[in-house]
Design a protein around this ligand. Structure first.
Ligand code: NAP
Length: 263
């Protein structure tokens, strides 16, 4: 990709700074051709990128950039009154569908993407949805930008993007919730909180690394554990009896419904 004039609205936030840092480090975008806006002027973790331009003026950013990353919280788009017609706009905002983007920002070429918090480690799973007017060249740029922070998957239907918003966008929080419940149980059973926290963190690290290193499927791994008929199998069966499947369905359906119905 040649040098492109890139602008990131809300770019020093949690997700924006992770995406920008990855794309800058990998040379997908150029520091000296990139402008980042916030309301506060905060540079946060992007401060070391000395070539970036920081501004609080979204209109000036929109005038100079060809490609605009929208990464403010969904409730903050009400504070953005911009005409982005003619631009390639990459929106990572959950709960803001294509139709709402068009209604608010005009006839731009929109790509919606839904990275997750693991973008910070270069391990996001990022589904992309291209609007009707997006060109192949636009899509290639969007792919390169999001590939810098993880895996990219194109979806053709906004309903799938809504589903992925729960599955992989919110996904890290669901594992965190299970881990927090295990920590609470361990503390109730008498372990010191610090030990419970350290044990569960190490468990998560080890599980993520070993479960994903293998070529086998998750179902295959669970079946292997069940075959041992030991303590793990006893725990797995208790999960099913306690309602694992309906709980997971409800969790993903609630996140999807929130993504689809908006603010
Ligand atoms: N975090 C995730 O894992 C994740 C995953 C998928 C999608 N998303 C989406 O990513 C978006 C950002 O989430 P986040 O977690 O990164 O939130 P965040 O840390 O609060 O970042 C949002 C940033 O937007 C800036 N901002 C707000 N209003 C602005 C305005 N009018 N002009 C310029 N900048 C403005 C804020 O800075 P100031 O307060 O200084 O202005 C802040 O730095 C959300 O729409 C969310 O749905 C996040």
């Amino acid at each position: 990709m040649g040098v492109i004039r890139f602008g990131a609205i809300g770019g020093t936030g949690w997700l924006g700074s992770a995406l920008l840092a990855a794309a800058l480090k990998q040379g997908v975008i150029d520091e000296t051709a990139t402008t980042v806006s916030t309301r506060s002027g905060r540079r946060g973790s992007l401060a070391p990128f000395a070539g970036l331009t920081f501004t609080t003026d979204n209109h000036a950013l929109a005038e100079t950039a060809d490609i605009i990353l929208l990464t403010v919280r969904p409730q903050d788009i009400a504070s953005l009154s911009l005409d982005l017609s003619g631009k390639l706009v990459l929106s990572v905002m959950a709960m803001v569908p294509m139709a709402a983007l068009q209604a608010r920002f005009g006839k731009a070429r929109y790509v919606r993407a839904m990275p997750n918090a693991a973008a910070e480690q270069g391990l996001s799973f990022t589904p992309l949805l291209a609007g009707e007017t997006v060109t192949q060249a636009d899509l290639a740029i969007a792919r390169s930008f999001f590939k810098a922070s993880g895996e990219v998957e194109e979806v053709r239907d906004e309903a799938f993007l809504d589903y992925f918003t729960g599955l992989t966008g919110s996904g890290p929080a669901f594992f965190a919730n299970l881990a927090a419940a295990m920590e609470r149980d361990a503390v109730k059973r008498g372990l010191p909180p610090e030990t419970a926290s350290r044990a569960v963190k190490q468990l998560l690290k080890g599980a993520a690394s070993s479960l994903t290193a293998d070529q086998t499927t998750m179902r295959g791994l669970v079946d292997t554990f069940l075959e041992y008929q030991g303590t793990t199998a006893a725990g797995l069966k208790a999960m099913e009896t306690a309602g694992l499947e309906p709980m997971v369905r409800a969790m993903l359906a609630a996140a999807e419904a929130k993504a689809a119905t908006g603010l």
